[in-house]
Ligand binder design. Sequence first.
Ligand code: COS
Length: 387
Amino acid sequence: MNFWDKKYQEFREKVRAFAEERVAPLAVEIDEQQRFPIELMKPLADEGYLGMVVSKKYGGSGFETLEYAIAVEEFSRVCGSTGITIAAHNSLGLWPIYAFGTEEQKRKYLPRGCAGELVAFGLTEPGAGSDAGGTKTRAVLEDDTWTLNGSKCWITSASECYAAVVTAKTSDEPGSRGISSFILEKGWDGFTPGKKENKLGLRGSDTAFMHFDDVKVPLENQLGETGGGFKQFMKTLDGGRISIGAMALGLGQGALDCAVKYAVEQEATGLKLSERQGVAFQLADMETELEAARGLIYRAAMMKDEGIPYSANSAHAKLFASEVGTRCAAKAIGILEQAGARVGEYPAERIWRDVKLCEIGEGTSEIQRIVISRNLTKRYLETLNKS
Ligand code: COS
C-alpha cells in the first residue's frame, strides 16, 4: 500500500470535487450563523462518507483508514465544521459499536448510522476532561436494566444524533477500572441534549451537553464487558486522533492554498507577493510542515489497517498536524494582512479559529505528549527486560 498510488489520487479527486461542489458553498454561512447543515447529511451518506469505517455487511462503505483520512482532509480543506461532523460520527460514534458491539448491536445501530443518522460519543464531563478516568456519570444495574444519571459536555452532534455511546461508572473501583460503556437512543426518557456551546471555531458543527436523568438502559445495550469502557474509549480515541490530524492537515492545506492564491494575485511596489522572499519562504515552510504531517497521518492510518500497534503514532500525527495547522493558518493571515483580518472575506481567519480546536479535541496537545512519552518509556523498559 503506497499513499501515492493512483487509486488514492483518484479517490482524493473524487472527494475534492464533491466537497467543492456541495460543502464549500455553505462554509461561510454555517460558520456565521452557527447552523448545523442537516441538508448535507443525506448526500454525504449517499456517497458513503458517513459509514467509512464500517464494512458493507452492516451498511457501511468499508473504506481503508487511509481513504478515510484523505476524505476527512479534503472535507476539512473547505469546511472544518463538516470535517469534524464526519470524523466524530465515523471514528467515535460508529467505530466503537463496530469494534466492540455484539452482532445484534451492530445490526441494529450501524445501518442507520451509515445511512446518515449521526451517532455521538459521550466521554467528557464537566469534571473529567483530560482525566477521562474521573467520570462521575453513574450506572446502576437492577433486574437487567441499567439506570444512568449524570452529564457529558463538549459532545459533537449531541443535539443532532439519533444514538450515542457513553461511559459511566459502574463500580467503586478507583480511576479507570470501574467504567463501562452503553449505547443510548435519542427519545429515551431522561436522555436529553443540553446547552449548545458558542464556540471559537467549527461553529457549523453541533456541540452541546448531554444529560442523563434516570435513563433506563436495557442490559442488551451495554457495550462490551462491565468495567471495560475506559479501555474501549482509549482505543476509540487512538483511531479518532488520526482523523483529527487529518482535519488539521486539511485546514492547514486550505490556509496554504488561500495564501498562495493571494500571494500570486497581489502586487506590492512592482513585485508579486509570491516573488518576495519574506512571503515565499513562509509558503515554503508551510508546505514542508504540511507534507511532514501528511506522512505521519498516513503512516498511522496504514498501521491501523495492518494491525500494527499505532497508539503513539496517532498521537504523533494529531499533535504535529494540529500545531502545524495552527501555524499555517496564522502565517496565512499574516500574508493576507488586512484582508486576512477581515471576518468572512478570505477563509484564513475561519481556518485559524477552526484548526485551533484540533489542538484541544480528542485529547489536548499535552495529552498527546503523555501518550507518546509513556509509550516511549514502555518500549525502552521492554528492551531492557529482553536484554
Ligand atoms: N489502548 C488500550 N488500553 C489503554 C490505552 C489505549 N490507548 N490507554 C490506556 N489504556 C489502559 C492502560 O493500559 C491501563 O490498563 P491497566 O489498568 O490494565 O494497566 C488503563 O487503560 C488505564 O490507563 P492509564 O493508567 O494510562 O490511565 P490514566 O488515567 O493515567 O489516563 C490518559 C491516561 C491521560 C492518556 C487518558 O485519560 C486520556 O487519554 N485522556 C484524554 C481523554 C481525551 O482525549 N478526551 C477527549 C474526549 S473526545 S473530544
